[in-house]
Design a protein around this ligand. Structure first.
Ligand code: UFG
Length: 324
């Protein structure tokens, strides 16, 4: 297949490109490098451009296409930032995506795999979140992704555009061969922040220990980046035989508190990890854990990284050898 990876210079997109290329597929990467890294584009041709620029979009599809499948990872994705700068989130994540969809239709492209998020669920009232749960986002980031999910349903109904939305819970880990990994600036995610503190690059802060959880810290579902990449591949295959606008929750189905992750990291790095407890971070739900049985059943997808230490090891090795 020839696959267009929008946002292929970013954390999840770059792992997707490696995965696709290992499976023998041809990859074209499109990215505006606002948060991605040119040095993370190691597989396929790189086209620099912006989904907010309709000319960039049209040139991409007309000159580089046709593509058998489009995977769309371009987004702004920080919950806290989205509360302060909602316009950027609605512009990039919603308007940018509409540009992509309209260009796909104009150029005869009908299959899309879209990056969605657990943030569409807001504050859930169940322990395990399946696809039946109401989507009630509590921040503009989650809201922007929910809007696109709804747009994709309408575009299927009206224009026959087929899509799969994959709602990631906590994407983490790195390529075990260490060619690529996670690097955000600023870094806000828990595991890289723990590992940075081990290297004395920053002090580890635990945001809140008074949540209604077993140890008072937030519980999340951590899923390895290569398991996410595998799910995208299966979602692409699914679209070859299914005509609809689908959505699947992707996680391991196990909840780990912030303290659990720190303890597992201590095992991985081999010594104590000091931290301070700070106030709660704005917009953090207490517990977010996926019920991924629908993806398991429909996509025949199952995560391979089920032990949290195995996931952290890949992030730790990457962190010690960063090649960007
Ligand atoms: N945390 C800390 N210290 C840190 C970083 C994080 O205590 O330095 C805590 C957070 O408060 C949270 C947990 O660790 O309780 C996990 O935080 P992350 O930032 O790693 O991940 P989030 O759960 O906030 O983010 C994920 C996805 C987002 C999605 C969000 C939905 O990465 O895309 O879940 O709430 F929007």
């Amino acid at each position: 297949m020839k696959v267009l990876v929008l946002g292929g210079a970013g954390y999840i997109g770059s792992h997707m490109c490696k995965f696709l290329s290992q499976q023998g597929h041809q990859v074209v990467v499109f990215d505006n490098l606002s948060t991605g890294h040119a040095s993370a584009v190691k597989w396929g041709e790189f086209i620099e451009g912006d989904i907010l620029n309709i000319t960039d979009c049209e040139q991409l599809f007309e000159q580089q296409g046709p593509f058998d499948l489009v995977m769309h990872f371009c987004a702004k994705s920080l919950v806290g930032e989205s509360v302060k700068k909602p316009a950027e989130y609605y512009k990039n994540n919603v308007l940018g995506t509409v540009n992509v969809l309209d260009t796909m239709l104009k150029t005869g492209h009908k299959s899309l795999v879209f990056s969605s998020t657990a943030a569409v669920f807001g504050i859930p009232n169940v322990d395990l979140i399946n696809e039946e749960q109401p989507r009630l986002p509590i921040n503009p980031y989650g809201q922007s992704k929910k809007m696109v999910e709804d747009i994709l349903k309408d575009y299927h109904q009206a224009y026959g555009l087929k899509s799969v939305c994959l709602r990631y819970f906590n994407a983490c880990g790195a390529d075990p061969e260490l060619e690529i990994g996670e690097r955000h600036e600023p870094e806000t995610h828990l595991i890289p922040n723990i590992l940075k503190s081990v290297n004395n690059e920053s002090n580890l802060k635990v945001f809140g220990n008074d949540y209604p959880t077993v140890d008072g810290t937030c519980v999340r579902d951590y899923i390895h980046i290569n398991d996410l990449a595998a799910a995208h591949m299966k979602a692409g295959d699914y679209l070859a035989t299914h005509d609809g606008a689908y959505a699947f929750n992707l996680g391991n189905g196990n909840g780990f508190s912030v303290m659990d992750i720190i303890k597992a990291s201590v095992v991985v790095v081999g010594h104590d990890i000091p931290f301070t407890v700070e106030d709660r971070r704005e917009g953090d739900p207490a517990v977010l854990v996926a019920d991924a049985s629908y993806a398991n059943k429909e996509l025949n997808w199952q995560p391979k990284y089920t032990k949290i230490e195995d996931i952290i090891v890949t992030a730790w090795q990457w962190h010690q050898n960063e090649k960007f």
